[in-house]
Structures are given as C-alpha cells and as structure tokens.
Design a protein around this ligand. Structure first.
Ligand SMILES: Cc1cc2nc3c(=O)[nH]c(=O)nc-3n(C[C@H](O)[C@H](O)[C@H](O)COP(=O)(O)O)c2cc1C
Length: 175
C-alpha cells in the first residue's frame, strides 16, 4: 500500500472532479489517497507521502501562479518521489493538442520548472457558460467561436474523456 497525495488547483471544480475519479480508481488498488487544494498543502504533507500528484487547470493561458510556485518550491522533494502532473484545459479537446508533448500549456510549464514528473497527462476540460460571469462568458465564447467550439451561452459541455482519466488513475496506482 502506498500513501498518495493529490494536490489540485481548480477554479470551477472540474479539476477536483477529475481528482475524485482518480482517487476512486487508485483506492480500488488498495492505496491510501489524500486530496488537498494547492493553497492548503504543508511541506510536511509531502514528506508523509510516497507518491505525489499535482493537477491544475488553465485559465487565460496559465496554470495558477500558486501551482507554479508550489512546484518550484518543492521540486527537489517532488523529484525524489514517484510523481505525476496533469493539466486540464479546453485546448486539449483538439486531437493535435491532447498529448503532454503537444499541449502548449504542459510544455510551457515543464520547460519552466525543474520538476521531472514520472508521469504526465493532459485532460480536456469543461465549458460551463451559465456558471461564468458576463465578461468571462463573452471572452470564452469569442475564443470558442474562433476555434470551432460551442458558443451557445447556455451550453455546458464536458470534453473530458473519463476513460482516459481512469487509465491515468491506473498508471498512478502502479508508478
Ligand atoms: C475564464 C476562463 C478562462 C479559460 N482560459 C483557458 C485557456 O486560456 N486555455 C484553455 O485551454 N482553456 C481555458 N479555459 C478552460 C478551462 O481550463 C476549463 O474550463 C477547465 O475545465 C477548468 O477547470 P477547473 O474548473 O478545475 O478550473 C478557461 C476557462 C475559463 C472559465
């Protein structure tokens, strides 16, 4: 049995949902999973776990600064453990951008930090227009119009491939 820490950054909750699914899959393999938002993780938590997973969504082209800061501050301990990173963004709904090495946000993050995760994944996220404020809705609709995505202001579209998420849970359980 391994103790696995999943640290996440979410704005609208979708990355947390992905983490919950990962947790279910990993716990089925008799490992112990702790889920914690990036703002609440303590250094001691890292020491207490055998494997560390970081999952973060993209907003306006970036992972939240708290995520990058956390990774940079803890790169050394992360590199000493089996570890995984995943990014959640809607660009990953495009087949040409749905792999860690083809997704611009994953590439940029891994170029920036000295952490070398054992496993990396990218998942397509969710569009939830009714949930967004007026300005965000307008901007995201504009981007979707430009990139061939949904523009109906009432649309809620989940692009996530849950089988891919489950498969990644299996990878974390074994890494
Ligand atoms: C205000 C806003 C800005 C976003 N910017 C981007 C972006 O620049 N690139 C992208 O691929 N996805 C972008 N997204 C899509 C989110 O990454 C996607 O909705 C994801 O599922 C959000 O996950 P979360 O609920 O865990 O934060 C944006 C979403 C919102 C609401």
């Amino acid at each position: 049995m391994a103790r696995i820490l999943i640290i996440y950054s979410t704005t609208d909750g979708h990355t947390r949902e992905i983490c919950n699914r990962l947790r279910e899959i990993i716990e089925q393999q008799a490992h112990q999973v702790t889920l914690v938002p990036v703002g609440e993780v303590a250094d001691a938590d890292l020491e207490r776990h055998d494997r560390i997973v970081v999952g973060a969504s993209i907003r306006y082209g970036k992972h939240r600064p708290a995520v990058v800061e956390f990774i940079e501050r803890n790169a050394e301990v992360l590199n000493r453990r089996a570890s995984a990173f995943f990014s959640v963004n809607v660009v990953a709904r495009k087949p040409a951008k749905n792999q860690p090495h083809t997704n611009p946000y994953v590439r940029k993050l891994l170029q920036k930090v000295s952490w070398r995760p054992t496993q990396v994944a990218v998942f397509a996220g969710k569009i939830d227009y009714p949930r967004y404020g007026v300005l965000d809705r307008m901007v995201i609709r504009g981007i979707m119009w430009l990139t061939g995505g949904p523009t109906d202001p009432k649309a809620v579209v989940e692009f996530t491939d849950w089988r891919q998420v489950e498969a990644f849970g299996g990878v974390i359980a074994k890494m």
